[in-house]
Design a protein around this ligand. Structure first.
Ligand SMILES: Cc1cc2nc3c(=O)[nH]c(=O)nc-3n(C[C@H](O)[C@H](O)[C@H](O)COP(=O)(O)OP(=O)(O)OC[C@H]3O[C@@H](n4cnc5c(N)ncnc54)[C@H](O)[C@@H]3O)c2cc1C
Length: 387
């Protein structure tokens, strides 16, 4: 394993940094903390990233990407997350597009891929249901063929970004008699199709990032079935993210840790600056950050060698999400009574960043596969223990 980036990679990193210096407002902190103009920053950056072909840089050139190596994608993700830059990541790029490239018809490639690489079409992922999350293959939403259409009935839940999406990437049951993994099919659904109802859910940080989505006799053309009938489960498993390092948690965490260290260094009270408990906790987080970053770097390194990361990506996801929670807890404790103040409060240190992170980090060990599920993968596929 080579621990250094090449000159070319470092040059690219500087290019991304320069781009972000130009495009992000001064003192930008992610827009989640009440920055002015936050609403327009994401779409503006997405458009500019699309012009540079950075949005889907790892996609093959024939589909609108740059065919960029995995390490380059990692550097891009790392810099975007460190700077809390919006608009650079989409589910369309991460797994919808790759699935369409692998399994879609020529017509579907023409219809779906350009909207993803230009950033004009936003996709959400319609997998989880009230009774099917970790055990996703238990999903019950039905798709029944009727002439040239499929008719969809059922309910999805926790659909991130559904209320802002143009298209939904849907997994639905097409054969209820078959064993559960063998009766699922994937579809592209236009979110404004009659019968689709999106009901936003509010999380404990007061934000509505995800929704419930209801399907009542929703008719979609059979041309929107992507891949093979009843093979959806296997297609979903293969069409994984192009870049699965989990670097985002560590890059965002690095910035938070730097701020906490600054906060202590600049604290007027000498006893805070020299407090051994505070030092120990910050040192622990710094160790975890260094370990986690290397775990994340290993994934694209494996991909660059033609290896397919499996339980390694689970290690990174699990460690990164649990690290985010420990870091946020360290932060709110360190800030004392002020740590729990919301961004709107004029007394909130760091614009309430820690209070937000603390509440948001809770869901990070649930989203995209819970820690228990990740540990199961590591135990069975990584350590070879019986299922
Ligand atoms: C912020 C956020 C965003 C999300 N975005 C999306 C999205 O865009 N699209 C989408 O489809 N879904 C999304 N999800 C849903 C997410 O994928 C599920 O919440 C997750 O897979 C867990 O499923 P569940 O909530 O049904 O919990 P359950 O599967 O019911 O799990 C309940 C508890 O049981 C444990 N458990 C379950 N099975 C096992 C097992 N085999 N071994 C050990 N323990 C187990 C779990 O770890 C958990 O603690 C999102 C979730 C969150 C929190």
């Amino acid at each position: 394993m080579d621990f250094t980036f090449s000159d070319e990679e470092e040059k690219f990193r500087e290019e991304v940094r320069e781009f972000l210096r130009q495009e992000l407002p001064a003192d930008w902190d992610g827009g989640a903390y009440g920055e002015e103009g936050a609403e327009e920053v994401g779409p503006r950056i997405t458009k500019k990233l699309a012009e540079r072909k950075w949005l889907a840089m790892a996609w093959p050139k024939e589909y609108g990407g740059l065919g960029a190596p995995h390490m380059r994608q990692l550097i891009y993700n790392e810099e975007m997350s460190y700077n809390a830059a919006p608009g650079g990541y989409s589910m369309g790029v991460a797994w919808v597009g790759p699935a369409v490239m692998l399994y879609g018809s020529e017509d579907q490639k023409q219809r779906f891929l350009p909207g993803i690489t230009s950033g004009e079409d936003v996709w959400c992922t319609l997998y989880s249901e009230p009774e099917a999350g970790s055990d996703l293959a238990a999903l019950q939403t039905r798709a029944v063929q009727d002439g040239d259409d499929f008719v969809i009935n059922g309910q999805k839940i926790w659909t991130s970004g559904a209320q802002r999406s143009d298209w939904g990437w849907l997994a639905a049951r097409t054969d209820p008699e078959a064993p559960k993994h063998k009766g699922i099919t994937t579809f592209a659904v236009k979110m404004d199709t009659p019968g689709v109802t999106v009901r936003p859910l509010v999380n404990m940080a007061g934000q509505s990032g995800f929704s419930e989505v209801f399907f009542e006799n929703v008719r979609i053309p059979k041309d929107n079935l992507v891949g093979e009938l009843n093979r959806g489960w296997y297609q979903v498993a293969v069409a994984l993210d192009f870049e699965r390092s989990g670097i985002q948690a560590y890059a965002g965490g690095r910035r938070t840790l730097e701020r906490l260290v600054e906060f202590v260094q600049e604290h007027p009270d000498e006893t805070v600056r020299r407090n051994p408990a505070i030092r120990n906790r910050l040192a622990d987080r710094a160790i975890e950050l260094a370990a986690g970053t290397n775990i994340a770097y290993r994934i694209p390194w494996m991909q660059s060698k033609g290896l397919i990361p499996n339980y390694e990506a689970s290690i990174s996801k699990l460690y990164g999400s649990e690290f985010s929670q420990r870091l946020a807890l360290t932060g709110v404790q360190l800030l004392g009574m002020y740590g729990g103040l919301e961004p709107e409060s004029k007394w909130a240190p760091m614009k309430g960043r820690l209070e937000r992170s603390y509440l948001q980090a809770v869901s990070s060990t649930i989203a995209a596969g819970t820690s228990e599920v990740q540990r199961g993968i590591i135990a069975t596929r990584g350590l070879g223990l019986p299922r």
